[in-house]
Unconditional design. Structure first.
Lengths: 101, 209, 103
Protein backbone atom coordinates (compact mmCIF):
# COMPACT_ATOMS: atom_id res chain seq x y z
CA UNK A 1 0.00 0.00 0.00
CA UNK A 2 1.04 3.56 -0.46
CA UNK A 3 1.75 3.72 -4.16
CA UNK A 4 2.07 7.36 -5.12
CA UNK A 5 0.50 8.50 -8.35
CA UNK A 6 1.86 11.75 -9.66
CA UNK A 7 -0.65 14.48 -9.07
CA UNK A 8 0.86 17.90 -9.59
CA UNK A 9 -2.24 19.61 -8.28
CA UNK A 10 -2.40 17.54 -5.10
CA UNK A 11 -1.41 19.33 -1.93
CA UNK A 12 -1.02 16.33 0.41
CA UNK A 13 1.84 13.82 0.44
CA UNK A 14 1.91 10.23 1.63
CA UNK A 15 1.87 10.08 5.40
CA UNK A 16 0.49 13.60 5.89
CA UNK A 17 -1.94 13.75 8.78
CA UNK A 18 -5.29 15.16 7.71
CA UNK A 19 -8.61 15.98 9.31
CA UNK A 20 -11.85 15.49 7.40
CA UNK A 21 -13.89 18.68 7.34
CA UNK A 22 -16.89 18.62 9.62
CA UNK A 23 -19.38 20.20 7.28
CA UNK A 24 -23.05 19.65 6.75
CA UNK A 25 -23.47 20.78 3.18
CA UNK A 26 -26.34 19.93 0.86
CA UNK A 27 -26.07 18.08 -2.42
CA UNK A 28 -24.49 14.82 -3.47
CA UNK A 29 -21.63 14.23 -1.05
CA UNK A 30 -19.38 11.17 -1.10
CA UNK A 31 -17.72 11.87 2.25
CA UNK A 32 -19.55 9.65 4.72
CA UNK A 33 -21.00 11.21 7.83
CA UNK A 34 -19.13 8.90 10.21
CA UNK A 35 -15.72 10.10 9.03
CA UNK A 36 -16.38 13.84 9.14
CA UNK A 37 -14.22 15.59 11.70
CA UNK A 38 -11.95 12.56 12.11
CA UNK A 39 -8.18 12.62 11.76
CA UNK A 40 -6.15 10.09 9.82
CA UNK A 41 -3.27 10.07 7.35
CA UNK A 42 -2.72 9.89 3.60
CA UNK A 43 -2.18 6.25 2.71
CA UNK A 44 -2.29 6.54 -1.06
CA UNK A 45 -2.73 9.22 -3.71
CA UNK A 46 -5.25 7.93 -6.25
CA UNK A 47 -4.90 10.79 -8.72
CA UNK A 48 -7.28 13.39 -10.11
CA UNK A 49 -10.92 12.67 -10.81
CA UNK A 50 -14.00 14.59 -11.91
CA UNK A 51 -15.96 15.95 -8.95
CA UNK A 52 -19.04 13.80 -8.26
CA UNK A 53 -20.72 16.68 -6.41
CA UNK A 54 -20.97 18.47 -9.75
CA UNK A 55 -21.54 15.43 -11.99
CA UNK A 56 -24.57 14.47 -9.94
CA UNK A 57 -26.40 17.53 -11.23
CA UNK A 58 -25.50 17.10 -14.87
CA UNK A 59 -22.54 19.46 -14.73
CA UNK A 60 -19.09 18.64 -16.11
CA UNK A 61 -17.32 17.83 -12.84
CA UNK A 62 -14.45 20.18 -13.59
CA UNK A 63 -11.99 21.12 -12.26
CA UNK A 64 -10.79 17.64 -11.33
CA UNK A 65 -10.10 17.03 -7.66
CA UNK A 66 -7.30 14.98 -6.18
CA UNK A 67 -8.61 11.81 -4.54
CA UNK A 68 -6.78 10.26 -1.60
CA UNK A 69 -7.03 7.03 0.31
CA UNK A 70 -7.09 8.21 3.92
CA UNK A 71 -6.47 5.71 6.72
CA UNK A 72 -7.89 6.06 10.21
CA UNK A 73 -7.38 4.04 13.39
CA UNK A 74 -10.69 2.43 14.31
CA UNK A 75 -10.32 3.74 17.86
CA UNK A 76 -10.02 7.31 16.55
CA UNK A 77 -13.23 6.98 14.54
CA UNK A 78 -15.47 5.09 16.95
CA UNK A 79 -13.78 5.50 20.33
CA UNK A 80 -13.22 1.76 20.45
CA UNK A 81 -11.59 -0.95 18.39
CA UNK A 82 -11.95 -4.72 18.58
CA UNK A 83 -8.41 -5.21 17.30
CA UNK A 84 -5.79 -2.72 18.50
CA UNK A 85 -4.37 -2.07 15.05
CA UNK A 86 -7.63 -2.19 13.09
CA UNK A 87 -8.23 0.55 10.57
CA UNK A 88 -10.90 2.03 8.34
CA UNK A 89 -9.82 3.50 5.02
CA UNK A 90 -11.91 5.89 2.95
CA UNK A 91 -11.46 7.47 -0.47
CA UNK A 92 -11.78 11.22 0.13
CA UNK A 93 -11.47 14.23 -2.16
CA UNK A 94 -8.95 16.93 -1.33
CA UNK A 95 -11.54 19.64 -0.80
CA UNK A 96 -12.85 17.66 2.17
CA UNK A 97 -9.46 17.52 3.89
CA UNK A 98 -7.53 19.96 6.06
CA UNK A 99 -4.02 19.47 7.42
CA UNK A 100 -4.36 18.06 10.93
CA UNK A 101 -3.49 20.47 13.63
CA UNK B 1 -44.44 -4.28 -27.16
CA UNK B 2 -43.56 -7.97 -27.00
CA UNK B 3 -41.09 -9.54 -24.61
CA UNK B 4 -37.49 -9.38 -25.73
CA UNK B 5 -35.06 -12.29 -25.42
CA UNK B 6 -33.61 -10.45 -22.42
CA UNK B 7 -36.59 -11.61 -20.41
CA UNK B 8 -35.93 -15.29 -20.95
CA UNK B 9 -32.98 -15.23 -18.58
CA UNK B 10 -34.53 -14.42 -15.27
CA UNK B 11 -37.05 -15.66 -12.83
CA UNK B 12 -40.46 -15.25 -14.46
CA UNK B 13 -43.35 -13.55 -12.65
CA UNK B 14 -46.75 -12.93 -14.18
CA UNK B 15 -46.52 -9.23 -14.90
CA UNK B 16 -49.77 -8.19 -13.31
CA UNK B 17 -48.40 -9.46 -9.98
CA UNK B 18 -45.32 -7.25 -10.02
CA UNK B 19 -44.93 -4.23 -7.77
CA UNK B 20 -45.55 -0.73 -9.07
CA UNK B 21 -41.94 0.05 -9.93
CA UNK B 22 -41.23 -3.40 -11.25
CA UNK B 23 -44.01 -2.91 -13.79
CA UNK B 24 -42.84 0.58 -14.58
CA UNK B 25 -39.51 -0.50 -16.07
CA UNK B 26 -41.39 -2.22 -18.90
CA UNK B 27 -43.17 1.00 -19.78
CA UNK B 28 -39.91 2.96 -19.53
CA UNK B 29 -38.08 0.45 -21.72
CA UNK B 30 -40.82 0.50 -24.31
CA UNK B 31 -40.84 4.28 -24.53
CA UNK B 32 -37.05 4.51 -24.75
CA UNK B 33 -37.06 2.06 -27.67
CA UNK B 34 -39.94 3.84 -29.38
CA UNK B 35 -38.19 7.19 -29.14
CA UNK B 36 -34.89 5.75 -30.32
CA UNK B 37 -33.11 6.66 -27.09
CA UNK B 38 -31.97 3.04 -26.82
CA UNK B 39 -32.07 0.10 -29.18
CA UNK B 40 -32.94 -3.53 -28.44
CA UNK B 41 -29.31 -4.31 -29.13
CA UNK B 42 -28.13 -1.78 -26.54
CA UNK B 43 -30.15 -3.56 -23.89
CA UNK B 44 -29.31 -7.08 -25.00
CA UNK B 45 -25.59 -6.21 -25.06
CA UNK B 46 -25.78 -5.19 -21.42
CA UNK B 47 -27.63 -8.35 -20.45
CA UNK B 48 -24.91 -10.43 -22.08
CA UNK B 49 -22.08 -8.32 -20.68
CA UNK B 50 -23.43 -8.83 -17.19
CA UNK B 51 -23.96 -12.57 -17.68
CA UNK B 52 -20.33 -12.97 -18.75
CA UNK B 53 -19.15 -11.58 -15.46
CA UNK B 54 -18.89 -13.77 -12.42
CA UNK B 55 -16.62 -14.44 -9.45
CA UNK B 56 -14.90 -17.11 -11.58
CA UNK B 57 -12.92 -14.27 -13.20
CA UNK B 58 -11.63 -13.13 -9.85
CA UNK B 59 -10.87 -16.67 -8.73
CA UNK B 60 -8.66 -17.16 -11.78
CA UNK B 61 -6.72 -14.00 -11.00
CA UNK B 62 -6.17 -15.08 -7.41
CA UNK B 63 -5.17 -18.64 -8.30
CA UNK B 64 -2.65 -17.38 -10.86
CA UNK B 65 -1.25 -14.99 -8.23
CA UNK B 66 -0.77 -17.84 -5.80
CA UNK B 67 1.31 -19.92 -8.20
CA UNK B 68 3.12 -17.14 -10.06
CA UNK B 69 4.77 -14.45 -7.90
CA UNK B 70 5.66 -12.32 -10.94
CA UNK B 71 2.00 -12.30 -12.00
CA UNK B 72 0.99 -11.39 -8.47
CA UNK B 73 3.37 -8.44 -8.57
CA UNK B 74 1.87 -7.33 -11.90
CA UNK B 75 -1.66 -7.75 -10.56
CA UNK B 76 -0.90 -5.50 -7.62
CA UNK B 77 1.02 -2.90 -9.63
CA UNK B 78 -1.15 -2.76 -12.78
CA UNK B 79 -4.39 -4.63 -12.11
CA UNK B 80 -6.20 -3.83 -15.37
CA UNK B 81 -3.24 -4.94 -17.46
CA UNK B 82 -2.91 -8.16 -15.46
CA UNK B 83 -6.63 -8.81 -16.04
CA UNK B 84 -6.17 -8.29 -19.76
CA UNK B 85 -3.35 -10.88 -19.72
CA UNK B 86 -5.92 -13.40 -18.52
CA UNK B 87 -8.57 -12.33 -21.00
CA UNK B 88 -10.63 -10.51 -18.36
CA UNK B 89 -12.02 -7.20 -19.55
CA UNK B 90 -11.69 -4.74 -16.68
CA UNK B 91 -11.73 -1.64 -18.86
CA UNK B 92 -15.03 -0.43 -17.40
CA UNK B 93 -13.33 0.13 -14.06
CA UNK B 94 -11.99 3.63 -13.69
CA UNK B 95 -9.32 2.69 -11.18
CA UNK B 96 -8.75 -0.71 -9.67
CA UNK B 97 -6.76 -1.59 -6.54
CA UNK B 98 -5.88 -5.08 -5.35
CA UNK B 99 -5.58 -5.52 -1.58
CA UNK B 100 -3.27 -8.37 -0.60
CA UNK B 101 -4.10 -10.30 2.54
CA UNK B 102 -1.24 -11.67 4.64
CA UNK B 103 -0.90 -13.65 7.86
CA UNK B 104 -1.00 -10.37 9.75
CA UNK B 105 -3.34 -8.22 7.64
CA UNK B 106 -6.86 -8.83 6.37
CA UNK B 107 -8.85 -6.48 4.17
CA UNK B 108 -12.60 -6.09 3.83
CA UNK B 109 -14.50 -3.96 1.30
CA UNK B 110 -17.83 -2.16 1.66
CA UNK B 111 -19.65 0.75 0.06
CA UNK B 112 -21.54 2.36 2.94
CA UNK B 113 -23.13 5.01 0.71
CA UNK B 114 -24.60 2.71 -1.93
CA UNK B 115 -23.22 -0.60 -3.27
CA UNK B 116 -20.14 0.11 -5.39
CA UNK B 117 -18.50 -3.18 -6.28
CA UNK B 118 -15.98 -4.42 -8.88
CA UNK B 119 -18.75 -5.65 -11.20
CA UNK B 120 -16.59 -5.92 -14.33
CA UNK B 121 -14.47 -8.51 -12.49
CA UNK B 122 -16.88 -10.23 -10.13
CA UNK B 123 -20.32 -9.68 -11.67
CA UNK B 124 -23.22 -8.47 -9.57
CA UNK B 125 -22.74 -8.08 -5.84
CA UNK B 126 -24.56 -10.47 -3.51
CA UNK B 127 -27.73 -9.20 -1.84
CA UNK B 128 -26.03 -9.07 1.54
CA UNK B 129 -23.33 -6.71 0.27
CA UNK B 130 -26.05 -4.24 -0.69
CA UNK B 131 -27.97 -4.66 2.56
CA UNK B 132 -28.28 -1.91 5.17
CA UNK B 133 -26.96 -4.27 7.84
CA UNK B 134 -23.70 -4.86 6.02
CA UNK B 135 -23.29 -1.23 5.02
CA UNK B 136 -23.92 -0.11 8.61
CA UNK B 137 -21.75 -2.69 10.36
CA UNK B 138 -18.77 -3.29 8.09
CA UNK B 139 -16.94 -0.10 9.01
CA UNK B 140 -17.54 -0.27 12.76
CA UNK B 141 -17.67 -4.03 13.44
CA UNK B 142 -15.72 -5.81 10.70
CA UNK B 143 -14.66 -8.66 12.99
CA UNK B 144 -18.28 -9.27 13.95
CA UNK B 145 -19.20 -9.49 10.28
CA UNK B 146 -16.28 -11.81 9.59
CA UNK B 147 -17.34 -14.07 12.47
CA UNK B 148 -20.76 -14.44 10.82
CA UNK B 149 -18.96 -15.69 7.73
CA UNK B 150 -16.89 -18.09 9.80
CA UNK B 151 -13.69 -16.09 10.09
CA UNK B 152 -12.27 -15.54 13.58
CA UNK B 153 -9.13 -13.48 13.73
CA UNK B 154 -6.65 -13.01 16.55
CA UNK B 155 -6.23 -9.52 17.97
CA UNK B 156 -2.75 -9.19 16.54
CA UNK B 157 -4.08 -9.42 12.99
CA UNK B 158 -4.77 -5.99 11.52
CA UNK B 159 -8.21 -5.62 9.92
CA UNK B 160 -8.40 -2.91 7.27
CA UNK B 161 -11.90 -2.01 6.07
CA UNK B 162 -12.11 -0.06 2.83
CA UNK B 163 -15.19 2.10 2.24
CA UNK B 164 -15.25 2.54 -1.53
CA UNK B 165 -16.78 5.98 -1.73
CA UNK B 166 -15.37 7.04 -5.10
CA UNK B 167 -14.37 5.53 -8.44
CA UNK B 168 -11.77 3.16 -7.01
CA UNK B 169 -12.87 -0.47 -7.04
CA UNK B 170 -11.21 -2.85 -4.61
CA UNK B 171 -10.55 -6.57 -4.92
CA UNK B 172 -9.19 -8.56 -2.00
CA UNK B 173 -6.45 -11.04 -2.82
CA UNK B 174 -7.04 -13.72 -0.18
CA UNK B 175 -4.23 -15.61 1.51
CA UNK B 176 -3.30 -18.92 -0.05
CA UNK B 177 -4.50 -21.65 2.31
CA UNK B 178 -1.88 -23.81 3.99
CA UNK B 179 -1.43 -27.32 2.66
CA UNK B 180 -2.17 -26.41 -0.96
CA UNK B 181 1.39 -26.61 -2.22
CA UNK B 182 1.73 -28.40 -5.53
CA UNK B 183 -1.90 -27.88 -6.55
CA UNK B 184 -2.65 -26.49 -9.98
CA UNK B 185 -4.39 -23.21 -10.80
CA UNK B 186 -7.71 -24.75 -11.77
CA UNK B 187 -7.91 -26.62 -8.47
CA UNK B 188 -6.80 -23.60 -6.49
CA UNK B 189 -9.38 -21.35 -8.14
CA UNK B 190 -12.12 -23.53 -6.63
CA UNK B 191 -10.95 -22.47 -3.17
CA UNK B 192 -11.36 -18.78 -3.97
CA UNK B 193 -14.92 -17.81 -3.12
CA UNK B 194 -16.56 -14.55 -4.07
CA UNK B 195 -16.86 -13.71 -0.40
CA UNK B 196 -13.11 -14.14 0.11
CA UNK B 197 -12.54 -11.51 -2.60
CA UNK B 198 -14.82 -9.11 -0.74
CA UNK B 199 -12.85 -9.97 2.39
CA UNK B 200 -15.50 -11.22 4.81
CA UNK B 201 -13.86 -14.63 4.86
CA UNK B 202 -10.60 -16.32 3.92
CA UNK B 203 -10.34 -18.66 0.94
CA UNK B 204 -11.51 -22.22 1.53
CA UNK B 205 -8.95 -24.76 2.66
CA UNK B 206 -10.73 -27.60 0.85
CA UNK B 207 -13.36 -27.74 -1.88
CA UNK B 208 -16.72 -28.48 -0.28
CA UNK B 209 -18.12 -31.91 -1.11
CA UNK C 1 -29.46 19.67 6.52
CA UNK C 2 -28.71 16.36 8.11
CA UNK C 3 -27.25 13.00 7.34
CA UNK C 4 -28.74 11.48 4.19
CA UNK C 5 -30.79 8.29 4.47
CA UNK C 6 -28.24 6.54 2.27
CA UNK C 7 -25.31 7.51 4.52
CA UNK C 8 -25.57 4.56 6.86
CA UNK C 9 -21.98 3.64 7.82
CA UNK C 10 -21.79 3.07 11.58
CA UNK C 11 -25.49 3.51 12.31
CA UNK C 12 -26.48 1.40 15.32
CA UNK C 13 -29.00 -1.42 15.64
CA UNK C 14 -27.97 -3.28 12.52
CA UNK C 15 -28.74 -6.96 12.74
CA UNK C 16 -27.15 -10.12 11.42
CA UNK C 17 -26.17 -10.26 7.77
CA UNK C 18 -28.80 -12.23 5.89
CA UNK C 19 -26.69 -14.36 3.59
CA UNK C 20 -29.37 -15.96 1.43
CA UNK C 21 -29.49 -14.74 -2.14
CA UNK C 22 -32.27 -14.49 -4.64
CA UNK C 23 -32.13 -15.19 -8.31
CA UNK C 24 -32.86 -12.02 -10.24
CA UNK C 25 -36.30 -11.60 -11.75
CA UNK C 26 -36.78 -10.58 -15.38
CA UNK C 27 -37.67 -7.06 -14.38
CA UNK C 28 -34.52 -6.72 -12.26
CA UNK C 29 -32.30 -7.92 -15.12
CA UNK C 30 -34.09 -5.43 -17.36
CA UNK C 31 -33.65 -2.57 -14.87
CA UNK C 32 -29.95 -3.37 -14.62
CA UNK C 33 -29.56 -3.54 -18.41
CA UNK C 34 -31.51 -0.34 -19.09
CA UNK C 35 -29.46 1.48 -16.45
CA UNK C 36 -26.18 0.28 -17.92
CA UNK C 37 -27.33 0.98 -21.50
CA UNK C 38 -28.28 4.56 -20.63
CA UNK C 39 -24.83 4.98 -19.12
CA UNK C 40 -23.12 3.46 -22.14
CA UNK C 41 -24.97 5.91 -24.39
CA UNK C 42 -23.82 8.81 -22.23
CA UNK C 43 -27.39 9.73 -21.37
CA UNK C 44 -26.94 9.63 -17.64
CA UNK C 45 -24.10 9.23 -15.17
CA UNK C 46 -23.97 6.97 -12.14
CA UNK C 47 -23.51 10.10 -10.00
CA UNK C 48 -26.90 11.40 -11.17
CA UNK C 49 -28.56 8.10 -10.31
CA UNK C 50 -27.04 8.13 -6.83
CA UNK C 51 -28.21 11.68 -6.27
CA UNK C 52 -31.72 10.80 -7.39
CA UNK C 53 -31.80 7.94 -4.87
CA UNK C 54 -30.52 10.22 -2.12
CA UNK C 55 -33.25 12.76 -2.85
CA UNK C 56 -36.01 10.17 -2.50
CA UNK C 57 -38.37 10.29 0.39
CA UNK C 58 -36.66 8.46 3.27
CA UNK C 59 -39.50 6.10 4.09
CA UNK C 60 -39.90 5.20 0.44
CA UNK C 61 -36.15 4.64 0.20
CA UNK C 62 -36.07 2.13 3.05
CA UNK C 63 -39.21 0.32 1.87
CA UNK C 64 -38.20 -0.17 -1.74
CA UNK C 65 -36.08 -3.06 -2.89
CA UNK C 66 -32.71 -2.45 -4.47
CA UNK C 67 -33.83 -2.56 -8.11
CA UNK C 68 -37.05 -0.71 -7.39
CA UNK C 69 -34.86 2.17 -6.21
CA UNK C 70 -32.92 1.97 -9.45
CA UNK C 71 -36.09 2.11 -11.51
CA UNK C 72 -37.38 5.12 -9.55
CA UNK C 73 -34.03 6.85 -10.09
CA UNK C 74 -33.97 6.04 -13.80
CA UNK C 75 -37.43 7.57 -14.09
CA UNK C 76 -36.46 10.68 -12.11
CA UNK C 77 -33.38 11.30 -14.25
CA UNK C 78 -35.15 10.67 -17.57
CA UNK C 79 -37.91 13.09 -16.60
CA UNK C 80 -35.38 15.65 -15.37
CA UNK C 81 -33.56 15.45 -18.69
CA UNK C 82 -36.89 15.79 -20.52
CA UNK C 83 -36.39 12.51 -22.32
CA UNK C 84 -39.66 11.10 -21.00
CA UNK C 85 -42.57 12.57 -19.07
CA UNK C 86 -44.35 11.02 -16.11
CA UNK C 87 -47.59 11.17 -18.10
CA UNK C 88 -46.16 9.14 -20.95
CA UNK C 89 -44.88 6.49 -18.56
CA UNK C 90 -48.20 6.36 -16.71
CA UNK C 91 -50.12 6.00 -19.96
CA UNK C 92 -47.88 3.31 -21.39
CA UNK C 93 -48.01 1.42 -18.12
CA UNK C 94 -51.82 1.62 -18.12
CA UNK C 95 -51.87 0.13 -21.63
CA UNK C 96 -49.59 -2.70 -20.53
CA UNK C 97 -51.65 -3.39 -17.44
CA UNK C 98 -54.71 -3.81 -19.65
CA UNK C 99 -52.75 -6.36 -21.70
CA UNK C 100 -51.40 -8.17 -18.69
CA UNK C 101 -54.79 -8.43 -17.01
CA UNK C 102 -55.49 -7.30 -13.50
CA UNK C 103 -55.04 -9.68 -10.52
Amino acid sequence: MGRAVSSPAGKFKLGDRVTVKFEDRPGHIRTPWYIRGKTGWIERIHGDFLNPESLAYGRDGLPKRTLYLVAFNQADVWGRSAGPSDKVLVDIYEHWLDPAR
Amino acid sequence: MSDTPAEAHGHEHPKHELSHYAKRIYAIRDLLLEKGVLTEKDIQCQVEYQEARSPANGSRLVARSWVDPAFKARLIAEPKAACAEMGIDATAINEFVVLENTETVRHMVVCTLCSCYPRPILGRPPDWYKSFNYRQRAVVDPRGVMREFGLNLADDVEVRVHDSTADIRYLVLPLRPKGTEGRGEVELAKLVTRDSMIGVMDALSAVPE
Amino acid sequence: MSRGHHDVGGLPDAGAIEQSEHQLSDWEILADAVNQALGARGIKRTDEMRRAREEMDSETYRDMTYYERWIASIETILIEKKILTKDEIDRRLAEFEKEWGEP
